[in-house]
Ligand binder design. Sequence first.
Ligand SMILES: [Zn+2]
Length: 240
Amino acid sequence: MEAVSINENSWYFSGAVGRAFLFKGEKAALLVDSTNGPGDLRGEIRKLIGDFPVILVNTHADSDHIGCNDQFETALMHPGEFAYYAAKRKEGYAVPAPLFEGDTIDLGKRTFEPILVPGHTGGSIVLLNRRERFLVGGDTVLQRVFIFGPQRNLRALIASLKKLQEQYLDAFDFIFTAHQDLRLDKSFIAKELAGAEALLAGRLTPEDAGGIPLEPPEFRPASRYTLGESGFFYYTEPDH
Ligand SMILES: [Zn+2]
């Protein structure tokens, strides 16, 4: 797992499925998610910044975001995610610690604010850097959002997208995402919101999921849905 440079003090790492981000400030560095590996994420970080302190934040507790949590001692996340993390946590994984909306992660001349955005999971967060004008979007602002099965709630996702749109849109210009395109313009949030509302209203047609395994035994069958650039994996037969 190799670091890819974004700018002088920012990098991302690509795991088998998703990305983690590293942002270095003057006194600490922030690692957003730990990917699902494989590899020595901690070692790669050390190559970049030596033994500089690293604060790990998980945007949510899906396996592709916490897979290298065994390489860290503490993982900050919203308490709304604690129960899901407890269910997904493997031996040696970092101990969860609470991160609330209203908190500020101060790295020294570089700060990030968590914003609670339930939907993809109950305690999902995005992280806002006001000075550099970007969001780290986790799996909430994405071109293809998983929104079926345990933890997911489409109505909550819609409310969270409205919250970003109405309360925060002036504070950032683009989103770093965990999957698909690395960066999305903030105008994508309106497109995803329109897609999610159309999906909830039953206006989108189920499409073939394109080989993505959507039928583990505990799930109802799911399909892919798209509206313009926004896409979702959601129940084939939704209960409207
Ligand atoms: Zn993910």
